[in-house]
Design a protein around this ligand. Structure first.
Ligand code: DGP
Length: 141
């Protein structure tokens, strides 16, 4: 299995450091985040070490998202939060701090002021159309 001896999440997968484990299957594991944005903040990771969205194999991403759904449903049932964000960071510029792909299952509280929403401002349709054309050309078959 792909692993990185210096990765904190690989150490959790290997059982070398403890975690509050919620769930585990052959490919994925879910546990509580130790720096929670809100009560119930959980993480879902593939057991294999893949740094980010660009390199994780699609099938493994699919397996990870299946576990995300399981955990999000359980957190929602347990805490009935005001809302739920699924968050995932790629690169330092996106505030990724652990370079082992992970999904945040992040319950929201009313007026919690977590800084991950950008508000709804009207977009410039020409600018949207322009970037739409550029990104579309780079979608792989
Ligand atoms: P990110 O910044 O998106 O890469 O998220 C990394 C998250 O991992 C962050 O919310 C804190 C959490 N975290 C870091 N180290 C540990 C750890 O040793 N155990 C657990 N359970 N969570 C950790």
């Amino acid at each position: 299995m792909r692993t990185d001896a210096n990765c904190i999440f690989c150490k959790i997968v290997a059982g070398e450091i403890p975690c509050f484990k919620l769930y585990e299957d052959d490919l994925t594991i879910a546990f509580m985040d130790i720096n929670p944005g809100n009560e119930g903040h959980a993480l879902v990771i593939p057991k294999e070490h893949w740094e980010d969205i660009y390199v994780i194999p699609s099938a493994l991403l699919g397996a990870t998202m299946q576990t995300v759904k399981k955990i999000a449903e359980a957190v929602n049932k347990t805490l009935s939060p005001y809302g739920m964000n699924l968050v995932q960071a790629n690169g330092k510029g996106a505030a990724q701090s652990v370079f082992h792909f992970h999904m945040h299952v992040l319950p929201r509280a009313k007026d919690d002021e977590l800084k991950l929403n950008w508000g709804l401002r009207p977009g410039d349709m020409d600018a949207i159309k322009g970037v739409h054309e550029r990104v579309k050309k780079n979608i792989l078959a």
